[in-house]
Design a protein around this ligand. Structure first.
Ligand code: GDP
Length: 333
């Protein structure tokens, strides 16, 4: 089956599947759109955590244990910064620092975030395209019992401890979506859209908040297949379940299905979650969705693509009608 594949991804969970996809698809056919709602300025540097997790993972440079940053990292910069009394709550390894310095430098010279990312991706020999969701600033912010917090303040400095009452994507309403989203979702050569197993609220919905993107995904003629980041009521890593619970949402794969109802055609889930997902009106596809090693990433990528190929055999009008009906039935709480 030919055509292009568009994957929507956050950091750690998304990058695992993106790596699998990049290894099973023909070079040049995969575009991964990265969340930039986590981006921030730190120590004067432009930091794009999800873009970097994708770049490091697809380049084979990621640290497998830590889940962020580069492997074989050294920490002289952090140690020296601490000795000077600098801020050390956000850890930046020595090699990782080069990425932030280079990005900041190129942005200051007038390049867009998309151009900077493209240059780095080419330079590191990555076969997929990695595209920041927008070149304009979008900042995920959380209203907590301690007041409004910037994303990294909540996520890293406070380790997701404060209870979250609302999530906002500042700037998303006026940010211009990347062309890969704007035109890519309607593209004639598009074979599938994959919503990676990322945090729905912190990684995927910032993209959906960009002007026109939610509607473009709902109307996308290609099959849209998502993978649940929640497995039998548990997040593999990170605050997905806690956040959903804090917000009064069902903290389960069915809760994820509700967030995506009207936008996707199928959700890959653990067997334990299939029935509850079907009740939302979304087709559950049972698969091993935990990706412990490279083999499992590739296997899940193949299953996702096979699911999309199966869906593609249905007439587009029928698929869109089912998607829309699920949107009405599963309506986001
Ligand atoms: P972040 O931006 O670094 O937090 O990364 P993402 O939003 O892309 O990923 C976070 C989500 O990935 C969490 O909800 C995890 O449960 C999920 N996740 C991590 N590893 C896996 C895995 O192997 N399989 C699945 N299905 N989800 C995973």
């Amino acid at each position: 089956m030919s055509g292009t594949v568009l994957a929507l991804s956050g950091g750690v969970g998304g990058a695992k599947l993106a790596l699998g996809l990049s290894r099973v698809l023909a070079p040049g056919t995969l575009t991964v759109v990265a969340n930039t709602g986590d981006d921030f300025r730190h120590l004067g540097l432009a930091v794009s955590p999800d873009v970097d997790t994708l770049v490091y993972t697809l380049a084979g440079l990621a640290d497998p244990q830590r889940g962020w940053g580069r492997r074989d990292e050294s920490w002289h910069f952090m140690d020296a910064l601490e000795s000077l009394g600098g801020e050390t709550w956000f850890r930046i390894g020595d090699a990782d620092l080069a990425m932030h310095v280079e990005r900041t430098h190129r942005l200051a010279a007038g390049h867009t975030l998309g151009q900077v990312t493209h240059a780095v991706v080419s330079r590191l020999g990555i076969a997929a395209r990695i595209v920041p969701m927008s070149d304009d600033a979008v900042a995920t912010r959380l209203r907590t019992d301690d007041g409004w917090l910037d994303f990294q303040d909540y996520f890293v400095r406070r380790r997701c401890a404060p209870a979250v009452r609302a999530v906002a994507y500042a700037g998303a309403d006026i940010a211009r979506p990347a062309e890969a989203l704007r035109e890519g979702l309607a593209g004639a050569s598009l074979r599938a859209v994959i919503v990676c197993p990322s945090n729905p609220l912190l990684s995927v919905e910032p993209m959906l908040a960009l002007p026109g993107v939610r509607d473009a995904l709902a109307a996308c003629p290609a099959p849209v297949v998502a993978v649940s980041p929640v497995i039998a009521g548990q997040a593999v890593k990170g605050p997905t379940v806690k956040l959903m619970r804090d917000l009064g949402l069902p903290a389960s794969a069915a809760g994820v299905a509700r967030r995506y109802a009207g936008l996707i055609d199928a959700l890959l889930v653990d067997a334990a979650d299939a029935e509850a997902v079907a009740e939302v009106g979304i087709e559950p596809v049972i698969a091993r969705i935990l990706m412990d090693d490279l083999e499992q990433r590739e296997a899940l990528a193949r299953t996702v693509l096979a699911t999309a190929a199966q869906l593609a055999t249905l007439p587009v009008a029928e698929r869109l009608a089912t998607r829309t009906a699920a949107g009405r039935h599963g309506a986001r709480p």
